[in-house]
Design a binder for this molecule. Sequence first.
Ligand SMILES: NC(=O)c1ccc[n+]([C@@H]2O[C@H](COP(=O)([O-])OP(=O)(O)OC[C@H]3O[C@@H](n4cnc5c(N)ncnc54)[C@H](OP(=O)(O)O)[C@@H]3O)[C@@H](O)[C@H]2O)c1
Length: 266
Amino acid sequence: MSLKIGFLGSGKMAKAIILSILKSKISSPKDITCHDISEETLSSLKEETNVETTTDNKVVLANADIIFLGFKPQNFPDAITELSNDIKAHHIFISIMAGIKIDQLQHHLSPRIVRVMPNTACLIGEMAAGYTTGDELTSSDLENVEKILNAAGLAIQVNEEDMDAVTGLSGSGPAFVARLIEYMIDGGTKAGLDPSIARQLALKTFSGTTRLLEQWEMSPEELIKMVSSPNGTTVAGREVLENSQTKQTIEAMIVRATERSKELGQ
Ligand SMILES: NC(=O)c1ccc[n+]([C@@H]2O[C@H](COP(=O)([O-])OP(=O)(O)OC[C@H]3O[C@@H](n4cnc5c(N)ncnc54)[C@H](OP(=O)(O)O)[C@@H]3O)[C@@H](O)[C@H]2O)c1
C-alpha cells in the first residue's frame, strides 16, 4: 500500500527524504504532496520527482496522513498559521527541525508527533538519525514511520532527553568527521603524497573501515588489534595518537556540542 505522505517545507532535506521514499517504493509520486513558499523550489522538485506540489499548505493536510515539517525552526510559527482547523485525528507529524521539542509540537499541532534529528548525510540516503515520539502513535503508525526514516538511512528511537546527545554525536558529526578526514589528508600530504591522492586514500580508508566494522560486526579494538603487528608502522603511528590528548578532545567535542544543543533548546 502506497503511504500518503506530505511535506510542509520542501527544501534540501525534504527532497532527500522524498527521493529515498520513491526509491524504496514506499509511496508513488502521486501520493506525495509537497508545499513550500518558494515556487521555484516546488517546480524543480516536481521536475525531478513528479510529486504533487502546492502553494496552499492546507492541500497537504487534505491529501496526506503522514506530514513532514521540513522548514527551518525559525519558520515554524509562520508555516503552521491557520492550519489548526485542518488538523485531523489521523495526521502524524514528523518534525526534522532542530531544537523544537515534542511538547511544543504537540501544543501547536497534535499529540501524534515524531521528532527526528537527522544529519546531512540524509542528502545521499546515508542519514544517521535519532527520533523520539509523542503519545497516541499505534504500533502500525510507528512501523510506517520507521519504514520511511530507515529508507533515508539509519534511524534509532531514543528518549527525548537523549536528543541533545544525538545532536552532539550524529547531528553535528558529519562536520567532525570531515575535519578528521581533512587532518588525515594533511598528514598524507606532509608524508609526501600528492594532495589529491591523499584525499582519495583518506576517504576510502574512512568508508572502508566503517564497512569492515559493520560487516564483520567487530569492535574498534578488535580491528585495531588486527592491523597492529608488533613493532610495525601502525603501532608506531598509534603511539603518537594514543599518547596525545586526542581521545579527551574528541569526547569533549561531542559533550560540548550536546551542551550547546541543550542551551539552544532552552
Ligand atoms: N541540512 C541539514 O543538514 C539538516 C540537518 C539536521 C536537521 N535539519 C533540519 O531540516 C530542516 C530543513 O533543512 P533544509 O536544509 O532542508 O532547509 P532548506 O533547504 O532551506 O528547506 C526549507 C524550505 O522551507 C521553506 N520555507 C520557509 N518558510 C516556509 C513556510 N512558512 N512554509 C513552508 N515552507 C517554508 C524554505 O523556503 P525559502 O528558502 O524560500 O525560505 C525552504 O524551501 C530544518 O528545520 C533543519 O533544522 C537540517
